[in-house]
Structure formats: structure tokens, C-alpha cells
Design a protein. Structure first.
Ligand code: ATP
Length: 243
């Protein structure tokens, strides 16, 4: 059966258990640096994110926002504390398990998109699905095309990443983050590199698509207008939430 004939069946309808806690951490502790440069970056930070909800993390430069996001995304390990994803504390999980959890549960959007330049938009969005291998190829292709349509790039699926504008590249990065239908989206300054118009487009897309898919979005931002449009704002200072 061709992918086109089978299109309706191949569009994955996500479950949308809005309100469920997708991500929770308790009392995370992290130091960075060595010797005299050693900094106590996170001081027993606790945080949670619910599906269908957008949380902004704000605070002055150096207060620990990115460090927290890296820990929540299992890109780094805390020295103490718990990180609960998928019903388990995975703070100290081994490398293979962390990679598997990231692929299945977490989508990342960074300030710089990190698309593979020699790949097309479609191929970039396919990558996480190919890595996870959960769906047959026809389903992966249809879902990738659906996501690129949803971010307004349906006509540019075969453009190389380098042949797209900065805003378009960031929209591909969003489609890629949503590819495996993660329950959690972590975004570090997702609009930091864009002009005002593209910032608004990218923020709207990120929140609309993630809400439709019932994801818990946590984004770090220095932009007060973006933060004000989130469902919840958490303010950090010196390695703790002060709200
Ligand atoms: N590798 C490192 N070694 C030592 N200190 C580090 C290291 N990486 C980060 N830090 C320090 O950890 C603290 C927290 O950094 P982090 O990047 O989490 O802050 P942030 O709130 O995200 O800042 P910004 O808003 O500027 O991105 C800062 O004081 C930073 O200087």
C-alpha cells in the first residue's frame, strides 16, 4: 500500500492527557568548574512540567537556567536529587538508558538549530524517527511531511537546511523536536537568534503544536514578551527558584 493511499492511517494521532506531570525533578544539585573556579550552580532545585502547558524559566544571566535544562534533558548528571520521567527516577541512569529516554520522551529546541546542513528539511525531521525505529518507513515519511506542513514548510521539504532562512531553519528544528511525539519539549532560548516577527511565529508554532500534541514545554527565555505569553513563569536566581 503506498504511503499516499495510506495517508490518513499514517498520521499518528497523539494521546493528549493534558495536565499529567510529564517531568519532575526534586532537589537537584550541581557544581561546575574546578578548584577556585568551582561554582555551586544549582542548589536543591525542584521543578515540574505538565502536559499541555508551557512554562518559562527566567532569571539573570548565570543563575543556572541552562544548567537545569541540560540536567532535565539528561544531557548532564546532577550530583544529587531526582529526575522523574516516564514514572522512574532517571537522574543517575546509565548512558544507554539516558539516550533511549531522550529519543523517546524529550524533544530539544536550542537557540542554534543544529540541523545537519547536508540533509534536506525532510531528512532532518526523519532523523529522530529513524533512530528510534518505532514506526514503519511510510508512517515516518507521512508524519515528517505532516509536521513540515504544520510549520509552514510543506513546499520546501526537499530544500537543504542551508537553503533555508534562519526562521525557516528554526521551524524545521521544531518539527524535528516533535518528530517522536515526545511528552517533553525543552527549549533553550528558542527565539534568541531570530528577529521579532520570526520570534513570534516560532513561539506560536512551538506552543500550538505542542499543545495539540499534549506536550509539556519548558523554555528558557530572556524575552519578557515571550515569558508573559507562557502559562507559567518560574524565576531563578543564584541556583534556586525564588517564586
Ligand atoms: N564549565 C563550566 N565551568 C565553570 N562554571 C560554569 C561552567 N559552565 C557554566 N558555568 C557557570 O555556571 C553558572 C550557570 O550557568 P548557566 O549557563 O546555567 O546560566 P544561565 O542562567 O543559563 O545563563 P544565561 O542566561 O547567560 O545563558 C554561571 O555562573 C556560569 O558561569
Amino acid at each position: 500500500m503506498s504511503a499516499i493511499n495510506n495517508k490518513d492511517n499514517n498520521i499518528i494521532q497523539p494521546e493528549n492527557p493534558a495536565g499529567e506531570v510529564a517531568l519532575r525533578c526534586e532537589k537537584l544539585v550541581r557544581h561546575l568548574g574546578e578548584g577556585e573556579a568551582r561554582v555551586h550552580v544549582l542548589r536543591e532545585v525542584s521543578f515540574s512540567a505538565r502536559r499541555g502547558s508551557v512554562t518559562a524559566i527566567v532569571g539573570p544571566s548565570g543563575c543556572g537556567k541552562s544548567t537545569l535544562l541540560y540536567l532535565l534533558g539528561l544531557l548532564d548528571r546532577p550530583e544529587g536529587g531526582e529526575i522523574w520521567i516516564g514514572g522512574r527516577d532517571v537522574a543517575q541512569a546509565g548512558d544507554d538508558e539516558r539516550t533511549a529516554i531522550r529519543n523517546e520522551h524529550i524533544g530539544f529546541v536550542f537557540q542554534f538549530h543544529f540541523l545537519l546542513p547536508e540533509f534536506t528539511a525532510l531528512e532532518n525531521v526523519m532523523l529522530p524517527m529513524n533512530r528510534l525505529g518505532r514506526w514503519p518507513m511510510a508512517k515516518r515519511l507521512d508524519w515528517a511531511r505532516h509536521l513540515l506542513d504544520a510549520v509552514g514548510l510543506g513546499a520546501k521539504t526537499h530544500r537543504l537546511a542551508t537553503q533555508l532562512s534562519g526562521g525557516e531553519q528554526q521551524r524545521v528544528a521544531i518539527a524535528r523536536a516533535l518528530a517522536n511525539q515526545p511528552s517533553i519539549i525543552l527549549a533553550d532560548e528558542p527565539t534568541g537568534n531570530l528577529d521579532v516577527k520570526n520570534s513570534a511565529i516560532v513561539f506560536d508554532l512551538l506552543t500550538r503544536l505542542a499543545k495539540e500534541n499534549g506536550q509539556a514545554i519548558t523554555l528558557v527565555t530572556h524575552n519578557p514578551e515571550i515569558a508573559d505569553r507562557c502559562d507559567r513563569i518560574r524565576t531563578m536566581r543564584d541556583g534556586v527558584f525564588i517564586d
